[in-house]
Design a protein. Structure first.
Length: 264
């Protein structure tokens, strides 16, 4: 099989970053900085994941992954990852801490997407692959680096497994059908659940479809012909989206009526 290369943009939420978690509307757009994933078939009966920005270069024997796969039902692998599933993945990766580092989260994410997507064709056996992931988005900065990784890895694996068609080639690039984009988005959302616990779905949606969208309670409206100039400043101060969401949730619990009104 020829190598497969997929890229996905980052994102910027223009407003509603916390409101969208509570099923209120947010407006988001994609940004030019991207994540690139190169997927190559190998013949060494291993899966090798490489992500240099997090110093990841890890190999797993296909046989051990096949054994791990037996611990999950098909229903589990076709839904949002559960706490039990994440615990099994962490055990396989020999991760003992409750609070995971960026590197550990990325390892769990990549392993989950590989198993979940390749399980669809499990009768053919798990594929021996090298998955190289390179991102030009700053991590933990609110620009959707994890969603961009989830989208590009999901798309590459779905393509390799023949679960989506080859994209159509146009002058401005290669594009999948809306049906295939929805499949990519579904898996990317599951990956975001690994990273953030209870994501709204806006990050993976805009990183999948690109452009500008209005997003509310899982429903997407694409906004066309809007030209905006903006300046993004990277403070280089990393923040955890999951922790920030939990902090706002705690504040809302304390003063529910005032904060809930401000989110509308």
């Amino acid at each position: 099989m020829d190598p497969i290369t997929v890229s996905a943009p980052g994102k910027l939420i223009l407003f509603g970053e916390h409101a969208v978690v509570y099923r209120k509307m947010a407006i988001s757009c994609s940004v030019d900085n991207r994540t690139f994933v190169r997927l190559t078939s190998t013949e060494n009966n291993t899966v090798n994941i490489v992500m240099s920005v997090l110093d990841i270069n890890q190999k797993w024997p296909i046989e051990s992954l096949q054994n791990l796969l037996q611990e999950f039902t098909e229903a589990e692998l076709n839904d949002k990852p559960t706490a039990v599933m994440e615990k099994k993945l962490k055990y396989f990766l020999n991760i003992k801490s409750e609070i995971l580092t960026k590197k550990e989260l990325a390892q769990v994410l990549l392993l989950f997407l590989y198993l979940g997507i390749c399980k669809q064709n499990a009768d053919n056996g798990l594929p021996s692959l090298k998955i190289q992931c390179t991102t030009y988005l700053p991590l933990c900065s609110g620009l959707g680096s994890s969603a961009s990784v989830s989208v590009s890895v999901s798309a590459a694996l779905l393509q390799q497994q023949g679960l989506i068609s080859f994209p159509s080639i146009e002058d401005s690039g290669a594009y999948w059908s809306d049906e295939d984009l929805e499949k990519i988005n579904k898996w990317a959302f599951r990956g975001e659940c690994i990273m953030h616990g209870n994501p709204s779905g806006i990050d993976n949606t805009v990183c999948t479809f690109g452009g500008m969208i209005a997003y509310e309670n899982g429903k997407t409206e694409r906004l066309h012909d809007l030209q905006l100039n903006g300046l993004i400043v990277n403070s280089k101060k990393e923040r955890s989206t999951k922790k920030m969401v939990e902090k706002v949730k705690s504040k809302i619990a304390q003063v529910s009526s005032q904060l809930t009104a401000s989110l509308s």
